[in-house]
Design a binder for this molecule. Structure first.
Ligand SMILES: *Cc1c(COP(=O)(O)O)cnc(C)c1O
Length: 224
Protein backbone atom coordinates (compact mmCIF):
# COMPACT_ATOMS: atom_id res chain seq x y z
CA UNK A 1 0.00 0.00 0.00
CA UNK A 2 1.35 3.42 -0.85
CA UNK A 3 1.67 6.12 1.75
CA UNK A 4 -1.33 8.12 0.61
CA UNK A 5 -3.61 5.09 0.74
CA UNK A 6 -2.42 3.95 4.15
CA UNK A 7 -2.46 7.48 5.58
CA UNK A 8 -5.99 7.99 4.31
CA UNK A 9 -7.24 4.71 5.70
CA UNK A 10 -5.71 5.52 9.09
CA UNK A 11 -7.62 8.82 9.26
CA UNK A 12 -10.84 7.16 8.06
CA UNK A 13 -10.46 4.57 10.83
CA UNK A 14 -10.21 7.40 13.38
CA UNK A 15 -13.49 9.00 12.29
CA UNK A 16 -16.08 9.15 15.02
CA UNK A 17 -19.70 8.46 14.15
CA UNK A 18 -21.29 11.43 12.43
CA UNK A 19 -17.97 12.94 11.31
CA UNK A 20 -16.98 13.21 7.65
CA UNK A 21 -13.48 13.64 6.28
CA UNK A 22 -12.63 16.39 3.82
CA UNK A 23 -9.26 15.42 2.32
CA UNK A 24 -7.37 18.68 1.79
CA UNK A 25 -5.44 18.29 -1.44
CA UNK A 26 -4.20 21.86 -2.00
CA UNK A 27 -0.73 22.03 -3.59
CA UNK A 28 -0.79 18.29 -4.27
CA UNK A 29 -1.00 16.96 -7.82
CA UNK A 30 -4.03 15.36 -9.43
CA UNK A 31 -2.34 11.95 -9.29
CA UNK A 32 -2.31 12.10 -5.49
CA UNK A 33 -6.01 12.92 -5.44
CA UNK A 34 -6.69 10.10 -7.90
CA UNK A 35 -4.94 7.71 -5.56
CA UNK A 36 -7.02 8.77 -2.57
CA UNK A 37 -10.10 8.52 -4.80
CA UNK A 38 -9.23 4.94 -5.69
CA UNK A 39 -8.89 4.20 -1.98
CA UNK A 40 -12.51 5.35 -1.60
CA UNK A 41 -12.30 9.05 -0.70
CA UNK A 42 -14.87 11.25 -2.48
CA UNK A 43 -14.76 14.58 -0.62
CA UNK A 44 -11.79 16.85 -1.32
CA UNK A 45 -11.03 20.40 -0.24
CA UNK A 46 -8.98 23.07 -1.98
CA UNK A 47 -8.13 26.65 -1.05
CA UNK A 48 -7.15 28.25 -4.37
CA UNK A 49 -9.71 28.85 -7.08
CA UNK A 50 -7.50 28.33 -10.14
CA UNK A 51 -6.02 25.15 -8.78
CA UNK A 52 -9.44 23.82 -7.83
CA UNK A 53 -10.95 24.55 -11.25
CA UNK A 54 -8.05 22.85 -13.03
CA UNK A 55 -8.35 19.75 -10.85
CA UNK A 56 -12.13 19.62 -11.09
CA UNK A 57 -11.89 19.51 -14.88
CA UNK A 58 -9.52 16.54 -14.97
CA UNK A 59 -10.59 14.38 -12.03
CA UNK A 60 -13.65 12.07 -11.70
CA UNK A 61 -17.01 13.83 -11.91
CA UNK A 62 -18.41 12.28 -8.74
CA UNK A 63 -15.87 14.02 -6.50
CA UNK A 64 -17.53 16.37 -4.02
CA UNK A 65 -15.37 19.52 -4.03
CA UNK A 66 -15.25 21.83 -1.03
CA UNK A 67 -13.67 25.26 -0.97
CA UNK A 68 -11.95 25.78 2.38
CA UNK A 69 -9.83 28.92 2.06
CA UNK A 70 -10.44 32.65 2.01
CA UNK A 71 -12.60 33.27 -1.07
CA UNK A 72 -12.43 36.57 -2.94
CA UNK A 73 -15.78 37.80 -4.21
CA UNK A 74 -14.50 38.23 -7.77
CA UNK A 75 -13.64 34.52 -7.95
CA UNK A 76 -16.95 33.07 -6.80
CA UNK A 77 -18.16 32.81 -10.39
CA UNK A 78 -15.51 30.23 -11.29
CA UNK A 79 -16.58 27.71 -8.66
CA UNK A 80 -20.32 28.43 -8.44
CA UNK A 81 -21.20 25.92 -11.19
CA UNK A 82 -19.93 22.89 -9.29
CA UNK A 83 -18.88 23.60 -5.69
CA UNK A 84 -20.52 21.37 -3.04
CA UNK A 85 -19.69 23.36 0.07
CA UNK A 86 -17.96 26.70 0.71
CA UNK A 87 -16.52 26.45 4.24
CA UNK A 88 -15.28 29.92 5.02
CA UNK A 89 -17.84 32.62 4.24
CA UNK A 90 -16.49 35.53 6.25
CA UNK A 91 -18.48 38.59 5.11
CA UNK A 92 -22.09 39.44 4.17
CA UNK A 93 -20.71 40.73 0.86
CA UNK A 94 -19.28 37.33 -0.01
CA UNK A 95 -22.56 35.62 0.85
CA UNK A 96 -24.43 38.04 -1.44
CA UNK A 97 -22.04 37.30 -4.30
CA UNK A 98 -22.48 33.56 -3.78
CA UNK A 99 -26.26 34.12 -3.92
CA UNK A 100 -25.90 35.99 -7.21
CA UNK A 101 -23.65 33.41 -8.85
CA UNK A 102 -25.69 30.47 -7.56
CA UNK A 103 -28.82 32.08 -9.05
CA UNK A 104 -27.05 32.51 -12.40
CA UNK A 105 -26.20 28.82 -12.39
CA UNK A 106 -29.66 27.74 -11.27
CA UNK A 107 -28.18 26.15 -8.16
CA UNK A 108 -28.42 26.37 -4.43
CA UNK A 109 -24.91 26.65 -2.98
CA UNK A 110 -24.19 25.27 0.48
CA UNK A 111 -22.08 27.45 2.78
CA UNK A 112 -20.67 27.62 6.27
CA UNK A 113 -20.02 30.87 8.12
CA UNK A 114 -16.47 31.24 9.39
CA UNK A 115 -16.21 31.93 13.08
CA UNK A 116 -13.04 33.58 14.35
CA UNK A 117 -12.00 31.78 17.53
CA UNK A 118 -8.20 31.74 17.32
CA UNK A 119 -5.94 34.19 19.09
CA UNK A 120 -4.17 35.32 15.95
CA UNK A 121 -5.36 38.70 14.73
CA UNK A 122 -4.70 37.86 11.11
CA UNK A 123 -7.28 35.15 10.66
CA UNK A 124 -10.53 35.80 8.84
CA UNK A 125 -14.03 35.21 10.13
CA UNK A 126 -16.92 36.65 12.13
CA UNK A 127 -16.43 37.27 15.82
CA UNK A 128 -19.18 35.80 17.99
CA UNK A 129 -20.86 39.20 18.24
CA UNK A 130 -20.56 39.93 14.52
CA UNK A 131 -22.10 36.56 13.77
CA UNK A 132 -25.07 37.19 16.06
CA UNK A 133 -25.55 40.70 14.65
CA UNK A 134 -25.43 39.39 11.09
CA UNK A 135 -27.97 36.66 11.77
CA UNK A 136 -30.24 39.02 13.68
CA UNK A 137 -30.20 41.56 10.88
CA UNK A 138 -31.90 38.89 8.78
CA UNK A 139 -30.88 39.65 5.19
CA UNK A 140 -29.57 36.09 4.86
CA UNK A 141 -33.15 34.78 5.03
CA UNK A 142 -33.93 36.49 1.73
CA UNK A 143 -31.08 34.73 -0.10
CA UNK A 144 -32.84 31.80 -1.70
CA UNK A 145 -29.85 30.35 -3.58
CA UNK A 146 -27.59 29.86 -0.58
CA UNK A 147 -28.05 27.42 2.24
CA UNK A 148 -26.24 28.19 5.49
CA UNK A 149 -25.40 24.71 6.72
CA UNK A 150 -23.34 25.55 9.79
CA UNK A 151 -20.09 27.05 11.03
CA UNK A 152 -16.40 26.61 10.33
CA UNK A 153 -13.40 27.59 12.43
CA UNK A 154 -9.67 27.19 12.89
CA UNK A 155 -8.04 26.92 16.29
CA UNK A 156 -4.88 28.81 17.18
CA UNK A 157 -1.79 27.19 15.70
CA UNK A 158 -0.20 26.03 18.96
CA UNK A 159 1.00 22.87 20.70
CA UNK A 160 -1.09 23.76 23.73
CA UNK A 161 -3.84 21.14 23.55
CA UNK A 162 -5.86 22.72 26.33
CA UNK A 163 -6.01 25.99 24.45
CA UNK A 164 -7.11 24.20 21.27
CA UNK A 165 -9.75 22.28 23.21
CA UNK A 166 -11.04 25.47 24.85
CA UNK A 167 -11.38 27.15 21.45
CA UNK A 168 -13.19 24.19 19.86
CA UNK A 169 -15.48 23.92 22.88
CA UNK A 170 -16.34 27.58 22.53
CA UNK A 171 -17.10 27.10 18.81
CA UNK A 172 -19.44 24.21 19.63
CA UNK A 173 -21.20 26.31 22.29
CA UNK A 174 -21.69 29.12 19.77
CA UNK A 175 -22.87 26.62 17.14
CA UNK A 176 -25.49 25.22 19.54
CA UNK A 177 -26.69 28.68 20.54
CA UNK A 178 -26.92 29.92 16.96
CA UNK A 179 -28.73 26.77 15.89
CA UNK A 180 -31.30 27.08 18.68
CA UNK A 181 -31.82 30.78 18.11
CA UNK A 182 -31.80 31.14 14.33
CA UNK A 183 -31.98 27.69 12.73
CA UNK A 184 -34.32 25.70 14.95
CA UNK A 185 -36.49 24.99 11.90
CA UNK A 186 -33.57 24.22 9.57
CA UNK A 187 -32.36 20.63 9.85
CA UNK A 188 -29.76 21.46 7.19
CA UNK A 189 -27.92 23.68 9.69
CA UNK A 190 -25.96 20.75 11.08
CA UNK A 191 -22.28 21.11 10.17
CA UNK A 192 -19.43 22.23 12.38
CA UNK A 193 -16.23 22.18 10.32
CA UNK A 194 -13.21 22.06 12.62
CA UNK A 195 -10.04 20.03 13.00
CA UNK A 196 -6.91 19.73 10.85
CA UNK A 197 -4.02 17.25 10.77
CA UNK A 198 -2.60 18.23 14.15
CA UNK A 199 -5.84 18.80 16.06
CA UNK A 200 -8.63 16.74 14.51
CA UNK A 201 -8.84 14.17 17.35
CA UNK A 202 -9.57 17.03 19.78
CA UNK A 203 -12.02 18.61 17.32
CA UNK A 204 -13.98 15.33 17.05
CA UNK A 205 -14.17 15.05 20.83
CA UNK A 206 -15.55 18.59 20.95
CA UNK A 207 -18.30 18.11 18.38
CA UNK A 208 -16.85 18.53 14.89
CA UNK A 209 -18.86 17.02 12.02
CA UNK A 210 -16.35 17.76 9.23
CA UNK A 211 -12.60 17.46 9.67
CA UNK A 212 -10.24 19.01 7.11
CA UNK A 213 -7.10 16.89 6.96
CA UNK A 214 -4.32 17.55 4.46
CA UNK A 215 -0.70 16.88 5.35
CA UNK A 216 -1.48 13.79 7.42
CA UNK A 217 -2.82 12.18 4.24
CA UNK A 218 -0.81 13.70 1.40
CA UNK A 219 2.44 14.58 3.19
CA UNK A 220 3.98 17.98 3.68
CA UNK A 221 3.17 20.63 1.11
CA UNK A 222 5.91 22.27 -0.87
CA UNK A 223 4.33 25.71 -0.47
CA UNK A 224 1.88 26.70 2.16
C1 LIG B 1 -4.59 23.72 4.60
C2 LIG B 1 -5.82 23.75 5.41
C3 LIG B 1 -6.24 22.63 6.14
C4 LIG B 1 -5.45 21.33 6.22
O1 LIG B 1 -4.28 21.53 6.98
P1 LIG B 1 -3.34 20.28 7.39
O2 LIG B 1 -2.60 20.80 8.55
O3 LIG B 1 -2.48 20.02 6.21
O4 LIG B 1 -4.21 19.15 7.72
C5 LIG B 1 -7.45 22.71 6.83
N1 LIG B 1 -8.19 23.83 6.81
C6 LIG B 1 -7.82 24.93 6.13
C7 LIG B 1 -8.70 26.13 6.16
C8 LIG B 1 -6.62 24.93 5.42
O5 LIG B 1 -6.27 26.04 4.74
Amino acid sequence: MSNITSNLLAVVQDLKEGVRLVAISKYHPAESIQEAYEAGQRVFGESHVQELVAKQQTLPADIEWHFIGHLQTNKVKYIAPFISLIHAVDTPKLLREIEKQADKNGRKVHCLLELHIAEEETKYGFSEQELIDFLEEGEWKTLSHVSIDGLMCMATNTDDEEQIRTEFRRAKRIFDEVKARFFADCPSFCELSMGMSHDYPIAMEEGSTLIRVGSKIFGERVYS
